[in-house]
Design a binder for this molecule. Structure first.
Ligand code: HEM
Length: 496
């Protein structure tokens, strides 16, 4: 027994010694490279950001993940920012990376003049993405797909039509909640609503067997987005890739049928969904889209849309539940609209929802505080000089939105849920210091659709029910969500 203990201690001590040695050696090598100028410090006063590489192999990943499990995940950034400045270097999730917590540097990265930055996701994600998807492509093909989808999702015709679909999905879903012994897991319920809308937007599939099959395969597929990137039978990545194959097969069949229908019909009609939009660009040359690349795009557009909207809805309700004053104001504003509509017997239009000013401020504040997409990852294709810093060619860079959103120089009492702050700042919802939807070339094309979905949900939810929320907490790693899926007990709201 004693010998076992001694051997155990020796193993631990020698491992620590080896790790310390390797860390020192690596820091020394990196410093040498910097001193020799092949890694970055150049004239003109531009410097490679300071920082630490942490331990060999794992870098500073453990500290990064540990902060993700606290209520303040930006602590990792804050600690390094105070040591090294607003832009620093580190090594997380297997990548040496430069982190920017500076709003101006983030803006330049997002704007990407000269196309020097390309997306740079962790390996498990890139393994699961198709080569021609909007999330992976760069240059003219990316620009075209981005603009086609963006223009379509922003068009007033689309918004008018989708408003009806969202209303129907929300109303039908809310009506079933009272049958479930009046206790519901909000995060779970809203996910059903938003998936239905997403599939309708992308491929006009309504509730039924096909939608259920898509949901099943998609859920299996995205489980692998954050996993160990080993593709062997039985591994998570392997199962996800198989599910993606099946998903692509279903989507490809839907696209082929649509193409045949379009060819049989002479007259041109306005696009109904993302498939219609992308099919209008199909062609033979390398520059054009193909059935396969459209299938890839449709499946992969489900990734950024699937979690983000239901999480925003859930967290808006969570923040409101914790802030009775804000909740009362939101209910008041929405009941006014509801009464107006009932009295005039008019239908709602998308502009009705978007003109609910306090509700819009609640959505802004939720997006700021929740940081659902907390950062974007890029890789520099050549040396880039920004605000005194040099980002060397080939390095990854992480533009941290949450650091900017939670910085007290940008927002007073940043950890407080204060929808009224947006009244003071005016409508600065797309400034340098508020980027929940990213910006520049890759600004989220689902921005307006998301805001509309959240507004419609909050309107009908807050004017149909009042609720008691059970104790629950927000988890920030690997993605933002509620630990217990946000259980609430609902009661019909009596109003006259
Ligand atoms: C609250 C909800 C949402 C948030 C916070 C959000 C956030 C973001 C962010 C930050 C980006 C930029 C990524 C980057 O620069 O690399 C992005 C891109 C994207 N989003 Fe969203 N998103 C939301 C909802 C949606 C929805 C509903 C859809 C689909 C209909 C969607 C589709 C996309 C697509 C296709 C891209 C890639 C754009 C490109 O690379 O050109 N998003 N989103």
């Amino acid at each position: 027994m004693e010998w076992n203990m001694i051997i155990g201690v020796l193993v631990v001590v020698s491992s620590v010694v080896v790790l310390v040695y390797l860390r020192k050696k690596r820091d020394h090598e990196v410093q040498n490279r910097i001193n020799n100028n092949d890694d970055g410090v150049i004239g003109d006063g531009f410097v490679v950001p300071k920082g630490s590489w942490g331990w060999p192999l794992i870098g500073e990943t453990l500290d990064f993940i540990a902060s993700g499990y606290t209520s303040k995940p930006v602590t990792f950034m804050e600690k390094r920012r105070s040591l090294y400045g607003d832009v620093f270097k580190t090594n997380i999730l297997g990548k040496p990376i430069i982190v920017s917590t500076d709003a101006d540097v983030n803006k330049m990265i997002l704007q990407n003049h000269g196309n020097v930055f390309i997306p740079c996701y962790p390996k498990s994600i890139t393994d699961l993405l198709g080569k021609s998807s909007i999330l992976q492509t760069n240059g003219p093909l990316h620009k075209r797909v981005h603009s086609l989808i963006g223009v379509f999702l922003k068009s007033p015709q689309f918004k008018a039509r989708i408003t009806k679909d969202i209303e129907n999905a929300v109303r039908l879903s809310l009506a079933t909640w009272m049958n479930q012994s009046s206790r519901v897991y909000l995060q779970h319920e809203v996910k059903k609503i938003t998936f239905e809308i997403l599939v309708r937007v992308l491929m006009s599939i309504g509730p039924g067997e096909e939608m259920n099959l898509l949901k099943k395969e998609f859920e299996e597929f995205i489980k692998g987005l954050i996993c160990i990137p080993i593709n062997l039978p039985g591994t998570r990545l392997y199962k996800s890739l198989k599910a993606k194959k099946r998903l692509l097969k279903i989507v490809k069949r839907i696209i082929e049928e649509r193409k045949m229908n379009m060819e049989n019909k002479e007259e041109k009609r306005l696009p109904n969904d993302a498939i219609d939009v992308l099919l209008s660009e199909i062609g033979e040359s390398d520059e054009m889209l193909t059935i396969d690349s459209i299938s890839d795009n449709v499946v992969e557009m489900m990734i950024p849309g699937e979690e983000t909207v239901p999480t925003s809805m859930t967290l808006a309700v969570k923040f409101l539940s914790d802030n009775p004053l804000a909740l009362a104001r939101l209910v008041e504003e929405n009941l006014e609209l509801k009464k107006r509509k009932e009295q005039s017997c008019e239908e709602y239009s998308w502009t009705d929802y978007m003109s609910l000013q306090f509700t819009q401020n609640v959505i802004n504040e939720t997006l700021r505080l929740a940081n659902i997409i907390n950062a974007v990852w890029r890789k520099a294709l050549k040396d880039v000089k920004i605000k005194g810093y040099l980002i060397p060619k080939g390095w990854c860079v992480l533009a941290s939105f949450s650091s900017v959103h939670m910085d007290k120089t940008n927002y007073e009492n940043p950890y407080e849920f204060d929808p009224w702050r947006w009244k003071k700042t005016g409508a600065a919802v797309s400034s340098n210091i508020f980027t929940p939807f990213g910006g520049g070339q890759r600004l989220c094309p689902g921005l307006e659709l998301s805001r509309l979905e959240i507004s419609i949900f909050l309107h009908h939810f807050a004017t149909t029910y009042r609720w008691d929320a059970e104790k629950d907490e927000i988890i920030y790693f690997p993605t933002v969500r509620m630990k217990r899926k946000m259980p609430i007990t609902i009661m019909p709201l009596q109003h006259c």
